[in-house]
Every structure is written in structure tokens, then in C-alpha cells.
Design a protein around this ligand. Structure first.
Ligand code: ADP
Length: 546
């Protein structure tokens, strides 16, 4: 027997219409390249989105067409985030930090019809453009050649009214490629339904918990896992939005000047901005919460933010494949009486599945499959399913490497889950170091190293070893305290080894320490272990990285 309820399609158009009708005066602020702030309200955004939809239709864009963006977090990008899917086309944000060759492959695979290019990136876009000359280009700034189209001209020439006509909630909304941390980027194709449900779930009180009184700063780029859904979550909640543009000179100034209450980004951003925020403690008093994910947030940094700045850290785990939110670490009511150290230990875990996300921990060999207990100790592969998780990659046949036959996504993450449902990511399967048949967690070693006063940044990678299979090597960027000039490498690595020996078994201690000025980062700010591993291998016995 069917129920007797409306068959109401869950589409992005509902989110946009709600934002406009209920929160028309809410503000979108963008930091422009010249350092000034551009502001307008949701009503203005809405009018421009409708013009944009007409303009795209005039350009011949049809349902299902993929349209790329090569852009920073700006109001124009936000307009595209709505206009493209609401007219039935597919938004495809390109990661501007990937190489032109990698991007050209992605654009060809996606068969993008148009690419919208940010003024801030026009120069760097040329290298990509040379490789994808068959598609048209729209520039946010002035047009640079006769054949190019100027964004503002397009809008002012377009009709102001447009009626959304998306009936099928399962039609594609956006295409986002994974950031390629441990392999080639793969395309994830979201639907209106999946994004609508993710928007509702991600804004539960115990998840992002945004209200219309918030001012939200997505530092996470709009090409990284749909900016974690924040462009949609924020506007459905009616919050003001602050967009940092291509190169904010000071994130602390932006937070202070615009009264940001909730910000979101990868740990690298919050590690870099911490000293600045400390200096401006008085002016960032409105900042109440920072959502952090994409990589493990070190416990020491969580402690620094909560204790020194009074800012709550919400440590989240997710994947591009999951729209992306999977878990979020918040204390339970029963944790309030724990000691601070105990609280930060819990918060440094990746957290509990958000409502709607199912997790399981498994161990699997060719002839054995076991679901493992949630005891906080047993380590297994994390598998997931939810209404906002991909069931295959774009243009790739589903393989058992990524999807199980009973409908779960293999996350590639190795984890424990405790009795209360808190997930702790031990490592990525591909980063887990196998030494003498035993596993060594690179994340655990990095987290410990980051607590040492000598260590600014740390990445531990496995390198092949004849006797043991693999051995860990620690690549470390030093703090000013560690880098005093008269110390030799051994003066630094010996105490670091002794320090790690207090916490870990002997075979976990890295054989080598290599010192660098900075750990290389991927396009979305994660430690680039693929590059580190390659450099370590090519440097072979040399102790310095090339
Ligand atoms: P890529 O796999 O190319 O990096 P994503 O940006 O989608 O693409 O990254 C998802 C992966 O990032 C997860 O599978 C996990 O390994 C890692 N990750 C995300 N959040 C966290 C976190 N809070 N702690 C540890 N790892 C995380």
C-alpha cells in the first residue's frame, strides 16, 4: 500500500526559491582582488541567477549539458552554483590547482560545453585553454578577445524572468572530481535529490548547525567537494555568506571585518591562520565554530582553538563521493564532565555518522568477509552508504575495488569505531605502512610529531625496504624553535625519535627524518604524500629532498 503524500521533487530550485522568499535581505559578501568588499543581498543574487539561466539558454545550453567553472569562491561562482543546476544543466567546478594536462583530460571526459573563468585566474587559464580550444569561454572580467564572452554583458543582455522546470529529482546537478590525493581524480555525479537531502542532513543541530543569524565563511574552495555543500546549506538556512575570493591577504582580517560566526576549511588553513587570529582575539569574538575536514585535524590544534581562542572545532570526515559529509565529532551530553584532555581526545576523532549515513567496519579477503565490532580497537576498512553517496563514478564501470556487490562504497580509509559510534581514521589504506607484516599508522605518528615544539608540519610515508617490506620515513618542517642554526639533523631527529618511543612500539619509529621548509600540498591543501614518496625514492639515500 502506498502512502498518500505529495510527490514533491527535491530539487535545488526549492532551496533557491525558499532562500529568496524567506531571506531576501540576507547578504553575500565577496572579498575582491583589490581588497574591497563586494556586497549584495539574496534578492539581487536571485535576480542575477535568473538572468544567468536565460543567458545560458540563449547560448544553447540544454538539460544535462556540463558547464565548467574555473573560479575562486566569489558571488559569480555562487550564482553559477544555482543557475546551472536549476535550469537542468550540470555544474562542473574545476580544481584550479590541478595541472593543465590533468584538467584538460577531465574537461574532455566531462565533455564540458562552456567554461566560466574567474578574472583572477585568466593568466593561468591560458595553458589549459590551449588544450581545450573546442569549448567556449566566459570571463567574469572584461573579455580578452573578440570571441570570448563577458559575464556581466551576458547578464545585462538577458531577460530577467525564468521559470524553473526541473521535475525529476534524480537528474544530475553537479560533477565534482575527487582531489586525487591517492590516485587519478574520479568524477562524482550528484543528483538534485542527493544534494537536497545532504543539505537537510548537514544542517542538523548536531552537524553544521547553521542558523539565519550566522555569517558563514567557506574557506574550502568551491571546487573541493562542492565546498562541502555550504553554498546550499547556508542559503537554505538563510545565513549571510562571506566569500574569500582568490587570494585573501588576511583571513583573520576578513573574519573580523565581516563578523564571521562559522568558518570551514582544511586543517592546513586553520594551522596557518591561528597565529593571526590570536593577535586579533578581541575582534574575532563572533567566531563561534570552525568546521574542519579533508584531513585529520591534529589534537594540539583543536586544543589551541578551543582553549586559546574559545572557538569550537567541529572535526568532520567525508569524501567527494559523499557530497561530502559523513561524520562529525561533537561531544555528547554525557561527556561534559570529562577532563579537557579527554574531551579533546574525543574531538580529535572523526566523529559519529550524521543522520542518514550508515557505516560498517569490515575485513575482507578473497574467501572471507567479516563485519567487525565497534569496540574502539578493532581496525578495519570503513564502508559507507547513504542517500548522498555515489553508487559509481562518472564514465567508469563500477569495480569491486570501489563498490561492494551488496551496495556499499569502499572508502579506502582504515578506521576503528568505538561503542558510542565515534570513528577514528587510522590511515588511508594506501598510506598505511606495512612493515614486517604489521601496520603502522602514518596519521598517528604525524599527530604525535605535531605536538612536539620542534615540529611545524609532519608527513610520514612508507618507502620500500628489502628486509621489512616498507619502513616509515618522517618528513618534517621545523618551527623556529626547532630550526635554530647550530643544530645538526641528528640533534633534531634523535630527540624526536625518543619522543615517539614514549608512545609507540619500537618498529613504528621512523628510520629516517628528512627536513624540509614546507610539506608539499595537493590542490586542496592536503599533504601530498604521492609527491613526497616519489621525491624520497628519487633522492634514495640522500637525506635532503630535491
Ligand atoms: P581525495 O581522496 O582525492 O583526497 P577527497 O577530498 O574527497 O578526495 O578526500 C576524501 C578523503 O580524505 C577521505 O577518504 C579520507 O581519507 C580523507 N579525510 C577526509 N576528512 C578527514 C578527516 N577529518 N580525517 C582524516 N582523513 C580525512
Amino acid at each position: 500500500m502506498y502512502g498518500l503524500m505529495m510527490d514533491y521533487p527535491l530539487t535545488l530550485a526549492q532551496i533557491l526559491e525558499h532562500a529568496y522568499r524567506i531571506h531576501a535581505d540576507k547578504q553575500v559578501t565577496t572579498l575582491l582582488p583589490n581588497g574591497t568588499l563586494h556586497r549584495y543581498d539574496y534578492a539581487t543574487l536571485y535576480g542575477r541567477v535568473k538572468r544567468l539561466a536565460n543567458a545560458l539558454t540563449e547560448l544553447g545550453i540544454q538539460r544535462g549539458d556540463r558547464i565548467a567553472t574555473y573560479a575562486a569562491n566569489t558571488y559569480q561562482h555562487l550564482e553559477l552554483y544555482y543557475a546551472i543546476p536549476c535550469l537542468g544543466a550540470v555544474l562542473h567546478p574545476l580544481n584550479v590547482r590541478l595541472s593543465p594536462t590533468q584538467l584538460a583530460q577531465i574537461v574532455h571526459e566531462a565533455e564540458d560545453k562552456l567554461v566560466f573563468v574567474d578574472s583572477a585566474y585568466i593568466a593561468q587559464f591560458q595553458a589549459l585553454r590551449d588544450q581545450i580550444d573546442s569549448i567556449s569561454t566566459v570571463y567574469f572580467g572584461l573579455k580578452s578577445e573578440d570571441t570570448d564572452i563577458c559575464y556581466e554583458q551576458l547578464l545585462s543582455d538577458a531577460k530577467p524572468t525564468y521559470t524553473w522546470d526541473i521535475r525529476d529529482e534524480n537528474s544530475a546537478l553537479g560533477l565534482c572530481y575527487t582531489s586525487g590525493t591517492d590516485g587519478e581524480p574520479r568524477g562524482v555525479l550528484y543528483t538534485h535529490r542527493s544534494m537536497f537531502l545532504h543539505t537537510l542532513a548537514a544542517n542538523q543541530a548536531d552537524v553544521f548547525g547553521l542558523t539565519e543569524a550566522d555569517v558563514v565563511l567557506p574557506m574550502v574552495p568551491m571546487f573541493h567537494a562542492m565546498a562541502w555543500g555550504l553554498p546550499y546549506v547556508s542559503m537554505f538556512a538563510g545565513a549571510d555568506i562571506v566569500l574569500p575570493g582568490a587570494k585573501p591577504t588576511s583571513i583573520a582580517d576578513l573574519i573580523a571585518d565581516t563578523g564571521v560566526t562559522v568558518a570551514a576549511g582544511v586543517p592546513t588553513v586553520w594551522a596557518a591562520v591561528y597565529p593571526e587570529l590570536r593577535k586579533r582575539k578581541a575582534d574575532i569574538s563572533k567566531l563561534r565554530r570552525v568546521i574542519v575536514g579533508g584531513e585529520a585535524m591534529p589534537r594540539s590544534l583543536i586544543e589551541a582553538y578551543e582553549k586559546e581562542l574559545g572557538v569550537e572545532i567541529c572535526h568532520a570526515w567525508g569524501m567527494t563521493e559523499m557530497s561530502p559529509t559523513g561524520t562529525l565529532s561533537k561531544l555528547r551530553a554525557g561527556h561534559q564532565n570529562l577532563s579537557d584532555t579527554e574531551k579533546w581526545r574525543i574531538k580529535a576523532k572523526q566523529g559519529r555518522p550524521i543522520p542518514g549515513v550508515e557505516l560498517r567496519l569490515v575485513t575482507e579477503t578473497a574467501d572471507d568477509f567479516k563485519v567487525l565490532p565497534w569496540d574502539g580497537e578493532t581496525i578495519g576498512e570503513l564502508q559507507v552508504r547513504s542517500p548522498w553517496t555515489a553508487n559509481r563514478y562518472y564514465k567508469i564501470e563500477p569495480t569491486p575495488e570501489h563498490f561492494t556487490t551488496d551496495g556499499w562504497l569502499r572508502t579506502g580509509d582504515i578506521a576503528t569505531i568505538d561503542r558510542e559510534g565515534y570513528v577514528q581514521i587510522v590511515d588511508r589504506a594506501k598510506s598505511l605502512i606495512r612493515s614486517g607484516g604489521e601496520s603502522i599508522s602514518s596519521i598517528a605518528l604525524e599527530t604525535a610529531l605535531l605536538k612536539h615544539p620542534y615540529v611545524q608540519e609532519a608527513a610520514v610515508v612508507g618507502v620500500p625496504n628489502e628486509q621489512w617490506g616498507e619502513r616509515p620515513v618522517a618528513v618534517v618542517a621545523l618551527t623556529p624553535v626547532g630550526a635554530v642554526s647550530n643544530r645538526t639533523d641528528a640533534d633534531i631527529s634523535d630527540p624526536l625519535k625518543q619522543y615517539l618511543a614514549l608512545e609507540f612500539p619500537k618498529f613504528w619509529i621512523p628510520d629516517r627524518f628528512v627536513f624540509v621548509d614546507k610539506i608539499p600540498k595537493t590542490g586542496v591543501g592536503k599533504s601530498d604524500k604521492q609527491t613526497l614518496r616519489k621525491r624520497l625514492l628519487s633522492a634514495e639515500t640522500k637525506e635532503k629532498l630535491p
